[in-house]
Write a protein that binds this ligand. Structure first.
Ligand SMILES: *Cc1c(COP(=O)(O)O)cnc(C)c1O
Length: 369
């Protein structure tokens, strides 16, 4: 029998072991320690932002972003219907309301032509999520934000090193967030980062990450509630070693994407949708290589075949308006987003991790074809 091919395996063969060993040898294992600021400075410089605040994961970064921007009860934030739950969860736990927008059928990102109709007097921000490998068309979003005086929160958790019109994703938001989960382009095991060019916002994010201890006030006197969302020095050590290799990782991701594109192109004649190779403003970075099958039955059939061959797949995100937890809360009643619903039902992705070998990729391709 062939060996299993997981949907993701990370690649940890740079300075990861050396730097993590250094943490253990020196005893710097908590969120105090020299790798934290090295990683924050290194990553924020790489994206081209002034301040980086490392946190325990990407979802935590979203919690902090929402609170740092004072988004609260009665406020609305526009998000795509088709996304991971994290943005909606952060908005709802802050007491605010996520307002959903359908997806673009080709890029799978928020349909920017439908955003303006969703803006009300209560809208405070547009939270864009760059999905699977292609960025959101940011210029129209920036224009809307200016016109209606809204903040932009950029969820770039899947876009490390991707550019929009030559400028890094994660450099467009008032606050941007990244995740360093092991399936992202660089990983810290668990981890995330907020980026901003606004020094006050950065200070507020730092406080919120650390139980709102006052940096200059008396110890253990708090004026606000935050979280313990700190990243450890061990994680940052891993992150720094990964960051050293990011350009290589991105090249590898793009090469893997191109390899799948070429080998699977005949799926199109059978009604499958493959990821766009590029748009007017970006080349796909293939965070994951997604396929949208012509029907649910066909998706189930091919996923079952892959599973039987021990090849890992994942379904696409499930739409926010169809999440049982939000329906129980009475949210998104009678709302429908046909493109997002089709993606959620018919979409799945193939093994796409950096640790996938070319031989394994060929096995996946052979199985599908
Ligand atoms: C991975 C991801 C997150 C969440 O990151 P975690 O570190 O897993 O909490 C948020 N948004 C998007 C778009 C993601 O892909």
């Amino acid at each position: 029998m062939s060996k299993p091919i997981p949907v993701n395996t990370p690649l940890l063969n740079g300075n990861e072991l050396k730097y993590v060993t250094e943490c253990i040898k020196t005893g710097w294992i908590s969120s105090e320690g020299p790798f934290i600021s090295k990683f924050e400075v290194g990553f924020s410089n790489y994206i081209g932002m002034q301040h980086g605040i490392a946190v325990s994961n990407g979802s935590a970064a979203l919690d902090i972003a929402i609170k740092a921007l004072n988004i609260t009860k009665g406020d609305e934030v526009i998000i795509p219907a088709f996304t991971i739950i994290s943005p909606a969860q952060s908005i709802i736990t802050a007491g605010a309301l996520p307002v959903l927008v359908d997806s673009d059928s080709l890029t799978w990102n928020i349909d920017i032509t439908q955003i303006e109709a969703k803006i009300t007097s209560r809208t405070r921000a547009i939270l864009v999520v760059h999905i699977y490998g292609l960025p959101v068309d940011m210029d129209p979003v920036i224009e809307l934000a200016k016109k209606y005086n809204l903040k932009i929160i950029e969820d770039a958790a899947e876009m490390h090193g991707q550019t929009y019109k030559g400028k890094m994703c994660g450099s467009f938001g008032d606050i941007s967030i990244f995740s360093f989960y092991p399936n992202k382009h660089i990983t810290t095991g668990e981890g995330g980062m907020l980026l901003t060019n606004n020094v006050e916002l950065a200070e507020r994010c730092r406080k919120l990450r650390n139980l709102c201890f006052e940096p200059n006030g008396p110890r253990f006197i708090h004026h606000e509630i935050g979280w313990n969302y700190r990243m450890t020095n061990l994680q940052a050590a891993l992150g720094l070693a990964q960051l050293e290799q990011i350009d290589h990782f991105i090249k590898k991701k793009r090469a893997m994407g191109a390899f799948y594109q070429a080998a699977l192109s005949s799926l199109r004649t059978r009604g499958y949708q493959l990821p766009l190779e590029k748009t007017d403003f970006s080349e796909n970075i293939y965070w994951v290589f997604g396929l949208v099958s012509p029907s649910i039955e066909e998706k189930n059939r091919i996923v079952d075949l892959l599973t039987a061959s021990k090849i890992g797949t994942r379904p696409f995100f499930w739409c926010m308006h169809e999440q049982p937890v939000f329906q129980k809360m009475g949210l998104f009643k009678n709302e429908s987003y046909p493109v997002a619903e089709r993606l959620a039902r018919n979409g799945f992705y193939l093994p796409s991790g950096l640790g996938l070998s070319n031989e394994d990729q060929k096995v996946v391709i052979k199985c599908i074809n």
